[in-house]
Design a protein around this ligand. Structure first.
Ligand SMILES: NC(=O)c1ccc[n+]([C@@H]2O[C@H](COP(=O)([O-])OP(=O)(O)OC[C@H]3O[C@@H](n4cnc5c(N)ncnc54)[C@H](O)[C@@H]3O)[C@@H](O)[C@H]2O)c1
Length: 442
């Protein structure tokens, strides 16, 4: 099938290259010239495991191309995927400017009977807005589909290739059959292609992210209760995660959820519901709890060192909002850095893949960066772990103790065992578990 994907960020790149991998001829268009230049010169602008070979193989096979000019792609496309960003607006609602711009462009150039597929996460009713924007510009018949994306950064290629489910909101049989054709190669196992109306598909995406965010915030609040009562959140997690009604995923206490989806989608659905006079009180609390959780380590650091942190130096392991991605949108690491610096401390950080992003977009030279994780430790007053990258999980503790000025670890992802840390002579502060070590016990 001839496919055009508008927007080549984390979602558009994965969708475009996977669809090309299944034999479709795919044009990926983006307004960002630098992104397109990089992609055409074989340089992938994001870190996503498995995406590079997929892109290069499909470029070489002539099934995939990147352009800043979507017109030709739109003119020939049988399916046009809209995968542009929907960042939070000033009030937390989804900013639909990029979606509207894409709709306008599609309306000017689409071929008759094209299926316009909304991949971007958008509030209920947006596909109808897009339909109206397109219809204002063309007489050609076309079809709308809401096909929200559930991929996880870090596993995005696998998630697209082997989806748990594919949700499609359609209102014509034609759109349904085109989506079956496109997704057929990816749902050859028992996993379902779930068809529904367009509004339900739009809402499904928000409901999924709201549910995941709620689990995390609830566990983070239980973690606080564990700390006060002497219980251990890791025992509680295992105790409930084995219940098949609950399941083990998204039950990890930590420094709060971040990234490009959960924070903005929770806020957007709260705003969107309010427009329909529905007060999503539970989600308001989920959001507030998460904002507070992002400073949990800073509260522990202040308890340990006092409010004035001037002259102290902290080693920070992990900048990305989670492992296996370079995405730092709404990452807890940014809140931690800001709060420490406000109180006079300096930070030296390491991340296996996010340091270039941090330098270019978020933290610049406001912090120092270590060539490797051990270099950050030299003379630091404590180590903070903000992202649970695999390479941080079993460090050489002798080297860590030798380099740190004091053997103190703030473990924001519960990656280290408290008893083991105590036996090594470290002070160890984690989430939802009792602190260990000489000063912590005092
Ligand atoms: N990142 C994720 O993990 C994820 C997962 C599921 C759903 N989503 C949703 O998918 C959408 C895209 O997310 P993302 O993370 O890929 O965003 P992104 O910011 O990484 O990429 C969006 C791209 O769209 C481009 N763009 C904007 N306007 C354009 C236009 N008019 N024409 C062509 N290109 C245009 C931008 O230049 C950018 O490269 C969002 O709605 C997001 O909520 C994201």
């Amino acid at each position: 099938m001839e496919v055009t994907v508008i927007g080549t960020g984390y979602v558009g790149l994965v969708v475009g290259s996977c669809l090309a991998g299944a034999g479709n001829r795919v044009t990926c268009a983006d307004v960002d010239r630098e992104i397109v230049r990089k992609l055409n010169s074989g340089d992938v602008p994001i870190y996503e495991p498995g995406i590079e070979p997929l892109i290069s193989e499909n470029l070489a096979a002539g099934r995939l191309r990147f352009t800043t000019d979507p017109v030709e792609g739109i003119r020939t496309a049988e399916a046009i995927f809209v995968a542009v960003g929907t960042p939070p607006g000033e009030d937390g609602d989804a900013d639909l400017d990029f979606v509207r711009a894409a709709a306008g462009m599609i309306g000017e150039h689409l071929r008759p009977h094209a299926v316009v597929v909304m991949k971007s996460t958008v509030p209920v009713g947006t596909s109808e807005i897009v339909r109206a924007e397109i219809a204002r510009r063309t007489e050609a018949p076309f079809h709308m589909c809401s096909n929200p994306e559930f991929l996880k950064e870090g596993d995005a290629v696998g998630d697209f290739m082997y989806p748990d489910r594919v949700v499609c909101g359609v209102d014509t049989d034609y759109a349904r059959s085109r989506m079956e054709e496109l997704y057929g190669p990816f749902i050859r196992s028992a996993n379902p292609l779930i068809f529904m109306d367009i509004a339900s598909a739009e809402l499904t995406k928000y409901a999924a992210n709201a549910m995941l965010a709620a689990r995390i915030s609830l566990m983070n609040q239980f973690a606080e209760l564990c700390e006060r009562t002497g219980a251990d959140i890791e025992h509680v997690r295992r105790g409930i995660g084995t219940d098949p009604r609950i399941g083990p995923a998204f039950l990890y206490a930590g420094t709060g959820y971040g990234g490009s989806c959960l924070p903005k989608d929770v806020q957007a659905i709260i705003r969107s519901a309010a427009e329909y006079d529905v007060d999503l009180t539970v989600l308001g609390a989920v959001n507030d709890a998460n904002d507070r959780q992002k400073t949990v380590l800073v509260r522990k650091i202040r308890q340990r060192f006092g409010d004035d942190l001037s002259g102290l130096r902290f080693a920070l392991w992990g900048l990305a909002f989670k492992p296996r991605t370079d995405d730092m949108r709404a990452a807890p690491s940014r809140v931690i850095v800001e709060a420490l610096q406000e109180r006079g401390a300096s930070v030296v950080a390491h991340d296996p893949v996010a340091m270039d992003h941090a330098r270019e977009f978020y933290l610049g030279d406001q912090i120092e960066y270590g060539a490797d994780e051990y270099e950050t430790l030299n003379g630091a007053d404590a180590l903070i772990v903000a992202t649970e990258w695999l390479q941080y999980r079993r460090p050489d503790w002798t080297a860590v103790a030798d380099r740190l000025a004091r053997p103190i670890v703030f473990d924001g992802r519960n990656v280290f065992d408290p008893e083991h840390m105590a036996s090594l002579g470290f002070e160890h502060y984690s989430i939802g578990r009792s602190p260990v070590g000489p000063q912590a016990a005092a």
